[in-house]
Ligand binder design. Structure first.
Ligand code: S3P
Length: 757
């Protein structure tokens, strides 16, 4: 089957309504020479003829005449008119024609499309470009209007991948970034971020116009008023439609706004001046920081490659007031976010599967969200995430589209290494980049065996990212990994899906097997040896969409396991934690140290074993960590070192040089932080020896997490045993794996203040 871009190239596209949006689409498509013929209709014949004269459309006419000729119809009209015109379009359009729209409220339009029956609604893909301007009309239109701007699709449950692909191809070719969300979420989000500011702009102008001597007022108004009221120059017809169509969501968000204003009014009327000044200063400072963060992360072209500009520090204070008052310790029941490894893989495999993969429990952390963004850039429609739920409309094993820019993997080695394997097998060029930490991490471990398979892939000198990948035909490989790495194994298995013949990976020690389990879940045939140390697959089979329930991440749960293990009186339950045998090193090691830890309600969810973990404080003793446990606990050592620091006797870890090349050099980062708070340790090239002290009270100190999320969280937990709060620097990356760490810590009794600068 042809790619969506190739199908678009052969398509006759009709634009209904040649105003700012419709005109900009026409100009953009013409400039890109992206379609075979461009047709347009509009009630304003002057606009139509202007477009025809300029050559930005090929033919103009009335709707009933042009509709039957079109393969793709874009209704670029105000919201209520769109709902009305849909019936006419459905009546006249060809049976294969795909239809989309640009209306700013999706519920009304969606309902209208569904009322026209399944034969039509499966081909109607609702869309909304977030790229308007206060200007209107064809003359204001601009081929560049959508460049690097977001377009949100709100797919209907029966939309076919073909329809979605064609509509995405249209927007992609004129430069837009594709997002997708549910209709309800779209209308709520837009009510807050777009409709409310317009309502406020119109009403502030109205309020001022009604003041006595309004002429005088406007005479003295300056840039502030002009900036703030810019939106009130927008098209009145379009905006009145929007408020009528979205009145429910609009009135909810307006309610919050009115409450905020009433609070401000009350404070202005009666708060003491000092208090008023400090309250206002705080509000304005926070609002300014929020706006700046928004501009930096979401509003610049290629925003997701912008470095984090905010520095985040933790002030980890040990037990909070509530825990101290209740005489309790670290106590309670929480569910930590979804597993990072499984979340990444759900996107990767869901994208190349046939059909819709529904995911729940997805980790909405930065790393996994970067993977979502990367697959959107590869042409996949992914709806969500909304409260951990995602719907991935798979494009099939050969359906990915060429990315138009480098794919940014943020902090995630997993994403970069797994995508390297997948992209090495695609018929297009791609580039993988990452943040400062990822840019220093070794990629030769995947580049070398991929090259042995025939891949055209280049790293920087020294084997670090960015990775540049060109199309190649791959051959299967029999690879004995020099290190136990699930990332390397998964990378090669992904390449193996596309390779000629058999790919077999042998591992020196068992490492996580989420890839193998997920491939089985997607119906892909593979064989594993009885000792689970070797996996074989053959390229060429399809993946069938499935349902994935992501368990909670045992690596995130670890911080609370250790919190309870080091703090007398603690009793914590962590719900729905993944206990895949290749991940339970931390449970094995804590138990060896004497922890009182139970696995309750063991069950299997979507091919992955899950349990509730209950841990109660018990004194710990130091251990020599068995080497075979290292890959099973590879991400858990920073937290485990803190447990070792309060254990009786020494804990010794050897054979763990892999820790040197994680998000930071974790041996060095932990040794430095532990030294700062008075924990005695000796570092080796491949491990560490920690002298434990059950009576230890750690010193207060400032700790550099080196931008490593797990170092930051490990020391936050250490504050439960420190004399005074610990200041932990460079903690922004906690958001990569555990975005609500501070909030869940507070629920269990651990207080962590957050400072942003
Ligand atoms: C991961 C594998 C591990 C782990 C990483 C996630 C994965 O890395 O440290 O956080 O999802 O495959 P290695 O496989 O390189 O040891």
């Amino acid at each position: 089957m042809n790619s969506p871009a190739a199908r678009l190239k052969q398509a006759r596209v009709l634009i209904v309504g040649l105003g700012l949006i419709g005109g900009s689409i026409a100009r953009g498509l013409k400039r890109a020479e992206a379609v075979s013929r461009l047709l347009a209709c509009d009630s304003d014949t002057e606009q139509l003829h202007a477009a025809l004269a300029e050559g930005s459309v090929d033919e103009v006419g009335d709707l009933a005449t042009l509709c039957p000729q079109a393969d793709l119809i874009v209704i670029a009209l105000p919201t209520l008119l769109t709902a009305e015109v849909l019936a006419t379009v459905a009546k006249h359009c060809a049976a294969h024609a795909v239809v989309t729209d640009v209306a700013s409220v999706k519920a009304t339009v969606t309902r209208a499309a569904q009322d026209l029956g399944a034969g039509f609604s499966s081909r109607f893909v609702p869309g909304h470009p977030i790229a308007g301007s206060e200007k209107s009309g064809y003359l204001a239109s601009d081929a560049e209007l959508f460049s690097s701007r977001n377009v949100i699709l709100t797919p209907l449950p029966d939309n076919t991948q073909d329809s979605l692909g064609l509509v995405s191809a249209l927007w992609r070719v004129i430069g837009a970034n594709m997002l997708a969300m549910s209709v309800e979420r779209h209308d709520e989000v837009l009510a807050a971020t777009s409709h409310l500011p317009h309502l406020l702009a119109y009403s502030i102008v109205d309020v001022l116009a009604r003041q006595e001597q309004s002429d005088d007022i406007f005479r003295y108004a300056a840039g502030g008023f002009a900036d703030f009221s810019r939106l009130a120059s927008s098209d009145p017809r379009m905006w009145s439609d929007i408020f009528v169509a979205n009145r429910g969501a609009m009135s909810r968000v307006l309610g919050s706004m009115i409450e905020e204003l009433q609070g401000l009014k009350a404070a202005l009327e009666s708060a003491p001046p000092g208090e008023l000044a400090s309250d206002l200063r705080k509000l304005f400072t926070d609002a300014r920081a929020t706006r700046e963060a928004f501009i930096n992360t979401h509003f610049k072209p290629n925003a997701n490659s912008v470095m984090k500009e905010q520095k985040v520090s933790f002030l980890a204070c040990g037990l909070n007031q509530a825990a101290r008052n209740s005489d309790a310790s670290v106590c309670g029941k929480v569910r930590v976010p979804g597993d990072k490894s499984i979340s990444h893989r759900s996107i990767i495999f869901g994208s190349i599967a046939e059909g819709r993969t529904e995911v729940s429990g997805f980790l909405e952390g930065e790393d996994a969200l970067n993977t979502v963004a990367a697959f959107r850039e590869l042409g996949v429609t992914i709806v969500g995430p909304e409260q951990g739920r995602l719907s991935i409309i798979g494009v099939g094993r050969n359906g990915l589209s060429a990315p138009r820019k480098p794919l940014y993997m943020g902090n995630s080695g997993t994403a970069m290494r797994l995508l390297a394997g997948l992209l090495a097998a695609q018929p297009f060029d791609s580039v993988l980049t990452g943040d400062e930490s990822l840019s220093k991490r070794p990629m030769a471990r995947v580049v070398d065996p991929l090259r042995d398979m025939g891949a055209q892939i280049e790293a920087q000198e020294g084997g670090t990212p960015p990775l540049r990948i060109a199309p190649a035909t791959l051959a299967g490989i029999h690879y004995a990994m020099p290190m136990a790495s699930a990332q390397v194994k998964s990378c090669l298995l992904l390449a193996g899906l596309y390779a000629e013949g058999e790919t077999r990976i042998d591992e020196p020690a068992i490492c996580r097997d989420h890839t193998e389990r997920m491939l089985e879940g997607f119906g892909y045939p593979l064989t594993r040896t009885a000792d689970f140390k070797s996996v074989t697959l053959e390229g060429g089979f399809p993946l069938k969409a499935t349902t994935i329930d992501v368990p909670s991440d045992i690596s995130s749960a670890t911080f609370f396991l250790v919190a309870a293990a080091i703090c007398p009186g603690s009793d914590v339950e962590l719900e729905h934690v993944g206990i895949n045998p290749s991940r339970v090193g931390i449970i094995n090691l804590l138990k060896m140290m004497g922890a009182n830890l139970d696995m309750l309600n063991e069950r299997v969810v979507g091919g992955e074993p899950v349990a509730d973990l209950r841990i109660r404080y018990a004194p710990l003793k130091g251990i020599v960590i068995p080497e075979e446990q290292i890959p099973l606990a590879i991400d858990e050592f920073p937290a485990l070192f803190i447990a070792a620091a309060v254990a009786e006797g020494e804990t010794v870890l050897r054979g763990a040089e892999e820790l040197r090349v994680k998000e930071s050099d974790r041996l060095a980062a932990m040794a430095a932080g532990m030294d700062a708070i008075g924990i005695e340790s000796e570092m080796y090239h491949d491990g560490i020896r920690i002298s434990g002290n059950p009576a230890a009270v750690f010193n207060t100190a400032e700790i550099d997490s080196q931008g490593d999320h797990r170092i930051a969280m490990a020391f936050a937990v250490a504050s439960l045993r420190s004399a005074a709060p610990l200041v932990i620097r460079d903690c922004a990356n906690v958001a990569t794996s555990f975005p609500n760490f501070v909030e869940l810590s507070a629920r269990l009794g651990l207080e962590i203040g957050v400072e942003r600068s």
